[in-house]
Write a protein that binds this ligand. Structure first.
Ligand code: SAM
Length: 256
């Protein structure tokens, strides 16, 4: 389909989303299937609809941002976080400042609160959670989840922090209160500073190598001394020393 270059510029103007930073083949394939689903056959015509019809716009943003998530995704890595990584951080500090970058519908930051509750009292836990997708953040704040998405939550935590509600499970206010949500574009906005633990999982896979390099540099700068970046299970960093990060154990990198 013709017209992708102009479409990227138009989308940037309309949404602030820079599609040139996302892997092109994958992105084009996704957008074109969405265009066809709307029974349209050009980028130009589709963009007109995006501008004028809220439903088409919301569908576009939702579809592109792929919000798939679950609690305790890759459980063994969360175990390593609690058993090894945080105790290592605590050798040089008493509390840790934590950021969940690309938090989707809340599963990851709420998992962080529950995992850290094994170490700290809840009142000492505060997580910053950000995502580009406002709808996902709204869902996170509501905090209703399917049985499947909470399948990996350890039984004691499930009992303590989830209340069955029809076919769903509602996360407790005690957990919710520990998380502050914000809309944030990891490709554009200024990163906050001084984080001892940054969790950024299953989002880098969508970005070009140049975009990734910039993000790793930004994460390095956002970490405190010897702070740790926790990445997704297919997102190991190639030559992390380029960003002054050292592998600590698989999926965890420490600022030099
Ligand atoms: C597959 S989910 C990952 C959720 C969670 N981190 C996990 O591992 O389960 C990817 C998330 O990245 C978000 N995202 C995509 N591009 C982004 C950007 N430029 N800035 C911030 N978030 C972004 C999407 O909205 C989506 O919620």
């Amino acid at each position: 389909m013709q017209g992708y270059e102009q479409f990227k510029k138009n989308v940037l103007g309309l949404t602030g989303l820079d599609l040139t930073m996302y892997k092109e083949r994958q992105m084009k394939r996704r957008i074109e299937s969405l265009i066809k689903r709307n029974k349209i056959d050009s980028y130009e015509e589709y963009f007109k609809k995006l501008k004028s019809e809220k439903e088409v716009f919301d569908e576009f943003m939702n579809y592109l941002t792929i919000n798939v998530s679950e609690f305790f995704r890759n459980p063994e890595q969360w175990e390593a976080l609690v058993k090894d990584v945080v105790p290592e951080l605590l050798k040089t500090r008493k509390k840790i400042k934590v950021w969940s970058a690309a938090c989707s519908t809340g599963e990851e930051p709420y998992t962080l609160v529950m995992a850290l509750s094994r170490i700290f009292p809840l009142s000492d836990i505060k997580i910053l959670a950000v995502d580009i997708d406002k709808e996902a953040i709204n869902k996170a704040k509501i905090g209703l989840y399917t049985e499947k998405s909470i399948a990996n939550v350890p039984d004691d935590l499930k009992k303590k922090y989830f209340e069955p509600l029809g076919k769903t499970y509602k996360i407790s206010e005690q957990i919710k209160n520990r998380v502050e949500f914000k809309q944030f574009n990891l490709l554009k906005d200024t990163y906050p500073k001084g984080y001892d633990l940054i969790v950024c999982r299953n989002v880098m896979i969508y970005f070009t190598d140049e975009a990734k390099d910039q993000m790793y540099q930004n994460f390095h700068d956002a970490l405190s001394d010897s702070g740790v970046l926790f990445v997704g299970s297919t997102e190991q960093i190639i030559s992390p020393q380029r960003f002054e990060l050292s592998p600590m154990r698989t999926f965890f990198y420490q600022r030099d």
